[in-house]
Write a protein that binds this ligand. Sequence first.
Ligand code: NAP
Length: 293
Amino acid sequence: MQIIDGKKTASEIRAELKVKISELRESLNEVPGLVTILVGENPASKVYVNMKIKACAEIGMNSKLEKLDENISQEELLSIIESYNKNPLFHGILVQLPLPEHIDEDIVIESISPAKDVDGFHPVSVGKLVIGKDTFKSCTPYGIVELLRRYNIETKGKHVVVVGRSNIVGKPIANLMLQKEEGANSIVTICHSAAHDLSYFTKQADILIAAIGRANFITEDMVKENVVIIDVGINSIDDPSSKKGYRLVGDVDFENVSKKASYITPVPGGVGPMTIAMLLTNTFRAFQKIKSK
Ligand code: NAP
């Protein structure tokens, strides 16, 4: 069994981008820029945003935090986004979700220029992903594809079973694995909570992608020998032996399932660290695309 080390892979991607960015600075005297828009004081959002800004700084990417008041009107927010759509210094725009209740997330996402939609949530990006056109892939599914590619895991003709159909993980990763291209070309099954006997499906998986949000939900008896496990779940469980009183686990019972798996992502340190690495990759690509026009 081999551990798929997302922390190491993400740091390799960041190091590769750092080199490319320093080359851009020398040749063009310009670097990609990401603006992150944070509305309100959600503590988890603040942590995520700080991680993204730190990651940009580490690789020499230009980044800005646009911190807005919790009570900002939707119209004001839309006009700020429009100003960044036009701002040549920023090639990627990320609006940290969730937004306060009085703001319609769909309208906000649709107001971001698809050329700068580095989160890949705009309906244009999602539609292009489904029909197999070049677009910004949303960062967590993109990170999974990149892990499979960098670990040389065969996907062509393999049965990928995705558990979970959210718009940010389940649906996009299923669509990516379905595409008739290298690193995909899989037979794909998507499962969700209406499945009467989930293990009927999961046992057929050559590659099982769990994006459920339930701690240790996929057990040893639900998978076949030599399965490749991609565990997207991040769940907090009580752990009196840890200083914080809790620890993070995935959707897969790592201890027992890893004995049957050929490859497995740990939690933490698997898919999680890839998300920011792919956000940086998307921002770099946004810069390249804008400059090549
Ligand atoms: P979500 O929107 O809550 O979706 C969960 C999916 O799991 C739903 O489609 C749900 O089915 C399905 N599900 C729930 N219980 C099930 C059951 N008993 N049997 C089969 N399917 C079941 O969650 P999400 O946003 O996709 O996130 C999933 C997990 O990934 C969470 O732990 C989240 O924290 C984590 N995550 C990690 C990253 C990262 O590493 N960077 C990014 C995003 C999410 P229904 O559709 O029928 O309700």
